[in-house]
Design a protein around this ligand. Structure first.
Ligand SMILES: Nc1ncnc2c1ncn2[C@@H]1O[C@H](COP(=O)(O)OP(=O)(O)OP(=O)(O)O)[C@@H](O)[C@H]1O
Length: 277
């Protein structure tokens, strides 16, 4: 696939500090520089607690950077990023609304007539394989089905930017594989720019154009890997056995492992300090 040079997501020297409950300041991410061209799929991996979600929230405009600049499609992020779809680990469906009404919410909010919004929602439920479940409520669906509804609810708005924070982590292995293939198929049709946070390096490599490895917290970008596996990827389960995939996996895991080990060492040292005091 050709490398897009059009602006998508651009973080320049971004630092985010939070005030902790004890009143001290902690730095979640520091001096993050990252560029994801329009229409590209970028996966972010890094040790637990390093600052991946923070990077996503800053791009979404849910938090403001303490220093540096976040730009999306050439414009500085100032408030909630327009034209963005979000899919998080826990789905944000409204339990009192039917599946159809949940999916129709975005278009209605944007001013589409109710009849048209419902027709469009029905079409999207078909796209994600949930035709026939329109009148169900979220609690009547499996975890995988709810994820499909969340995807439909995000994609119906045809976002130019899709921000996903471990969207499939709560699913069983088989459902996860199906959802991964589904997401790739839909992404290949509409090609939004994607930031996809995951703990699963296999998932990252099999889906993305770029894999960003972040350092132990406070996170900064350690390395960016171009994933030159062919597109369309097809079934991600199969691509994992190709020699190029294994080569990329080995290379990126080497880089990620150092950071994971550093995080464990830092955490063990902090525990020992607490025990000694
Ligand atoms: N609103 C907040 N207030 C204070 N500290 C915060 C806030 N949000 C995040 N943090 C801290 O910032 C650091 C990075 O958190 P973040 O959730 O971005 O990491 P992560 O890499 O996504 O974690 P994980 O892999 O465990 O999901 C953590 O130490 C966290 O406690």
């Amino acid at each position: 696939m050709s490398v897009s040079t059009e602006d998508g997501i651009e973080l320049t020297g971004v630092t985010k500090r939070f005030v902790t409950p004890t009143g001290s300041t902690m730095t979640a991410i520091r001096d993050v520089n990252l560029r994801v061209g329009a229409g590209r799929f970028c996966a972010v991996v890094g040790p637990t607690g390093c600052g991946k979600s923070t990077t996503l929230t800053l791009t979404a405009g849910l938090e403001r950077a303490s220093a540096g600049q976040v730009r999306v499609f050439g414009k500085p992020v100032d408030g909630i990023t327009p034209n963005a779809g979000f899919v998080f680990q826990t789905d944000a469906l409204m339990p009192w609304k039917s599946v159809l009404d949940n999916v129709a919410l975005g278009p209605k909010f944007r001013g589409m007539a109710t009849r048209d919004a419902l027709a469009e929602a029905r079409r999207w439920l078909g796209v994600v394989g949930l035709a026939g479940f329109e009148d169900h409520y979220p609690h009547q669906l499996s975890g995988g089905m709810r994820k499909r509804v969340s995807l439909a609810a995000a994609l119906i708005n045809k976002p130019r930017l899709l921000l996903m924070d471990e969207p499939f982590s709560a699913l069983d292995v088989q459902t996860r594989a199906i959802m991964t293939n589904e997401l790739l198929r839909l992404w290949e049709q509409t090609r939004p720019s994607v930031l996809f946070v995951t703990h699963d390096l296999e998932e990252a490599i099999s889906m993305a154009d770029l894999v960003v490895v972040m350092t132990a917290g406070p996170a900064t970008v350690k390395a960016v890997y171009e994933i030159d596996l062919p597109r369309p990827r097809g079934a991600v389960q199969d691509i994992r056995f190709t020699p190029r995939f294994l080569e990329l996996y080995r290379q990126i895991w080497e880089s990620l492992r150092e950071e994971v080990e550093r995080t464990y060492a830092l955490s063990a040292a902090a525990t020992a300090r607490r025990a000694a005091s």
